[in-house]
Write a new protein. Structure first.
Length: 219
């Protein structure tokens, strides 16, 4: 279960600038929000603090962070922004209590928060290419871009596992995306390219299985 926010933390989140998510508070208060994944410290002077996508969702929820979703089974996956939201990478078991409409709203909010994070942290305020957080959370970032565009993640093995799957690769700056059939694979590549990634189709030498290799575009 997610630890409840203190009254002071709720007030800080509720008082954040509605447009930028800029926060004001003591260094200790802001650091506590950073540790919870609800805020980040801007890397450039004056090093102000802003709400993360998870922080924006907490604000929409009345100052309380959403419950953490179960960790997905992908090895090495760092989880969602602040560990509060996790885009579905494919293969995980989905909680039955969450309806499709609620999930769509959550994903849409997470994607809008990610675009705002790009605007606030990319050197030129660009939203058309991944930011530093995405480059250090490749699997989650690619999965969020796919899920936010309407692609369906694969279910657990043997349970309708016919959607996309995003997985780590030996390359430090790339992920592999698998999808059922050439059309679905091509659609995933087009979505990632539109979200600021470089994507190309390849074939695994041993299995002959086709996949998309994607990495965040830098310029």
């Amino acid at each position: 279960m997610t630890r409840p926010l203190t009254a002071a933390q709720r007030r800080l989140i509720e008082a954040a600038d509605p447009g930028t998510g800029r926060l004001k508070g003591t260094e200790a208060q802001l650091t506590a929000l950073v540790k919870r994944g609800l805020a980040f410290r801007h890397p450039r002077p004056p090093h102000d603090h802003f709400l993360t996508p998870a922080g924006h969702r907490a604000r929409e929820a009345g100052g309380e962070p959403p419950q953490k979703e179960p960790e997905n089974p992908s090895p090495g996956d760092p989880g969602g922004p602040g560990g509060v939201f996790a885009a579905r990478v494919g293969g995980e078991t989905v909680p039955r209590a969450q309806g499709e409409a609620a999930r769509l709203r959550e994903v849409r909010s997470a994607w809008q928060g990610m675009l705002e994070l790009r605007r606030m942290t990319n050197p030129d305020a660009s939203t058309d290419r991944p930011c530093a957080w995405e480059r250090t959370h490749l699997v989650q970032a690619a999965a969020l871009a796919l899920e936010a565009s309407g692609h369906r993640p694969a279910g657990p093995e043997g349970e309708g596992g016919d959607g996309y799957r995003v997985r780590d690769t030996p390359q430090p700056d790339a992920v592999a995306v698998y999808a059922p059939g050439p059309d679905a694979l091509r659609a995933c590549a087009e979505t990632l390219e539109g979200a600021g990634w470089q994507a190309g189709e390849y074939t695994e030498p041993r299995t002959r299985r086709r996949y998309v290799l994607a990495s965040p575009r830098r310029v």
